[in-house]
Design a protein around this ligand. Sequence first.
Ligand code: FAD
Ligand code: E0Q
Length: 450
Amino acid sequence: MTSPRQLTIVGAGLAGALLATLLARRGWEVDVYERRGDPRVAGYAGGRSINLALAERGLHALRSADAADAVMDKAVMMRGRMVHFADGSQQLQRYGRDDSEVIWSVSRGDLNLTLIDAAETAGARLHFDRRLDSVDFSTRTATFLGDGPHTHVFNALVGADGAGSIVRQQIDRVAPLGERLEWLDHGYKELEIPPRVDGGFSIEPHALHIWPRGRYMCIALPNDERTFTVTLFLPNKGDPSFETVVSGEDARGLFQRDFADALPLMPDLEKDFESHPTGTLATLYLDRWTLDGRAVLVGDAAHAMVPFHGQGMNCAFEDCVSLADQLDSDPDLATAFAAFESVRRPNALAIQQMALENYLEMRERVDDADFLLQRALERSLAERHPDRFVPRYAMVTFRRIPYATALERGRIQRELLVEATRGRTSLDGIDWPWLDAEVERQLSPLTVSA
Ligand code: FAD
Ligand code: E0Q
C-alpha cells in the first residue's frame, strides 16, 4: 500500500522543526502547527537565555539537515565538568580523550529559530499561534485554537508537542497507550551569572560547571553572550528543598552556605529565584507510540526523561532522523511508524534509565574516592582497549551506537571496574592480565562508524 507523502506535525519545537526540515527536503508535503507565536516576529517565547548541551547524536542529526554550521557558529565548547567542591576547590574532569570529544552549549531559542528557518526554506508550511485542542481520528480532523477554532484534515499526525503532548492525550482516548508518568521528587530553578564588568565570562567558559552537594546540586552552562545559565536542582520536600527555600532571601542563605563561590557572581539571585517558575521533572513511559498509519509520537511527547545526561534533545533529534529514514524506505505509513517505534522505543528506555542514574552520579559520586578510582581505571582501560572499552559516558555522548547497547556494555564495564578496584585505594597492584583477558572476552570490538 502506498500512502501519500503528506504529514502534519504538531509542535515546532526542537523535534518538530527538525523533522519538518528533514521531510520537506525529501519532497514531503509538511504542515507544522505551533501553539506559540512565530519567534522570528515576536521574539522567542521561552524568554530567558536557556541553554542545552548538544552532543554527537544531535549534531549528526543537524548535519543531515544542513543546519549544523548555523548552530555551531554560536555554540560554546565544553571540555568537561568543572566540579566545584564544598571546600571551594575546583577540578576539571574531562569528558573525552581530547578536544575532539567535547560537547557544546547552545541556546534553545537560537537553535529553535535556526530550525524553523530551515523548515520554511525547505518548503514546510508553518502555522503559528495554533494550539492543538482535539483530534477526530475517524475523520482525520484536527481542531486548533488560535484566533478562533481552525480545523485541518490530515493524512497522518506527528506528535512533536513535548512532554504535555495533546496528540498523545488524543490518541490515548481511542487506543490506550499504556502511559506511566514517574515524577522525580526534585524540581529545578533557572538562575543567571552575568558577564564580568569588562564583558568577559566570569568563570571558565569551556566547561559545564557543577556544584555537587549530595541530595542536591547546581550546574551552569555558558552562553555565547558571556553569561551562564545556572540551574539549581533541589528536592521538593525535606531540608533544604523547595518547601524550605521559598523566598529570594532563603535562596541567598542556601547559596551562602553551599554554593559560596557562585553567590558573588549572581547579583540578581533573589529576583531570579522569585520571578522564575520552579520546573518539574519526570520520566514518561509508553507501551506504544503510534496509532496505525494515522499518528506517531516523537521526542518528549513519546519519552520525556530527566535532564541529567543532557540527552533529551539529542535523543529527540535521533528520533527525527530515524523516522524520516523509515518514511523514506517504506511507502506505507503504518509500517514505517511501527518500524520506527520498534527501533527507537528500547533505546529511549535505555537513555531514560541512564539519565536517572546520572543524577545520582552527578550529585553524590563525582567527589567520591571509590568513584574517582574507578574513573582512573576506566581511563586506563579505554587507552589499553580503545576499540573495546569505551566509557559509557563516551558511548552515549560521542558515539551513535544504540543507547540500549551503551547501557548493556556499560553494565559489563561497571562490573569489571568494581571487581578490579574492590578494597583498593590506588591502581597499584591491579591484576592487568586478568582484566585485559576479561575485556577481550566480554566486550566485542566496536566498529569505527559506531
Ligand atoms: P519541546 O522542545 O518541548 O517542543 C514542543 C513544542 O510543541 C513547543 O514548541 C510547544 O510550544 C509546542 N506545543 C505544545 N503543545 C502544543 C499544542 N497543543 N499545539 C501546538 N503546539 C504545541 N536535552 C539535551 O539534549 N541537552 C540538555 O542539556 C538538556 N537540558 C535540559 C535541561 C532541563 C532543565 C530540561 C527540562 C530539559 C533538558 N533537555 C536537554 C531536554 C530537552 O529540553 C527536551 O528533550 C527537548 O526540548 C525535546 O524536544 P521536543 O521537540 O520533543 O519538545
Ligand atoms: C552532560 C551535558 C542539565 C544537564 C545537562 C547535561 C549534563 C548534566 C549533568 C546536566 C552530564 C554530565 N551532562 O556532565 O555527566 O554531559 O548535559 Cl544536570
